[in-house]
Ligand binder design. Structure first.
Ligand code: CMP
Length: 139
């Protein structure tokens, strides 16, 4: 298995509910290295750019409004097989369908307010990481 990097976001729902430390503890428990981390508030346009792949979906407006409604924590996580491993740690998009013990099952409120984001493939991870981080931030 190759060492990979993936982009993780603690979304504004989870930050607003005071879940940042809990989620970071789960990241450490799952043995990821946090290569880079920052707290920021996405602008609406920045959220629309990040989720451009979903722009035709009926939930796009709500999603980008929600993602720009408060602070988020964005991180680059590194581990063997990090992309699939972080998706397993988060659980399915819909908390109601997520496996027991996953972040979304235990902390998520709905398919939209699902606490965290993770890249879904190697190319997406590279693009999503460079959306937020560059240069010495990734050293
Ligand atoms: P995420 O993994 O960040 O990818 C796209 C996001 O859109 C997803 O998590 C949810 O927050 C949101 N989402 C996906 N499906 C729906 C849906 N059916 N209704 C509302 N929001 C959704």
């Amino acid at each position: 298995m190759a060492v990979e990097r993936t982009l993780a976001i603690i979304k504004p729902d989870a930050v607003g509910r005071g879940l940042t430390a809990d989620i970071i503890s789960r990241i450490h428990a799952a043995k990821f290295q946090i290569v880079a981390i920052k707290s920021l508030r996405l602008g609406k346009k920045q959220a629309e750019g990040f989720y451009a792949v979903h722009r035709e979906r009926p939930f796009f407006g709500e999603l980008t409004a929600f993602m720009s409604a408060g602070k988020a924590v964005v991180m680059v996580l590194e581990a063997e097989n990090a992309i699939a491993k972080w998706r397993d740690t988060m659980g399915a998009t819909d908390p109601a369908k997520a496996a027991h013990g996953t972040i979304r099952k235990e902390l998520g409120e709905s398919i939209q307010y699902n606490c965290t984001h993770g890249s879904d493939a190697a190319e997406t991870a590279a693009a999503e990481i460079s959306y937020f981080f560059s240069g010495a931030e990734l050293a």
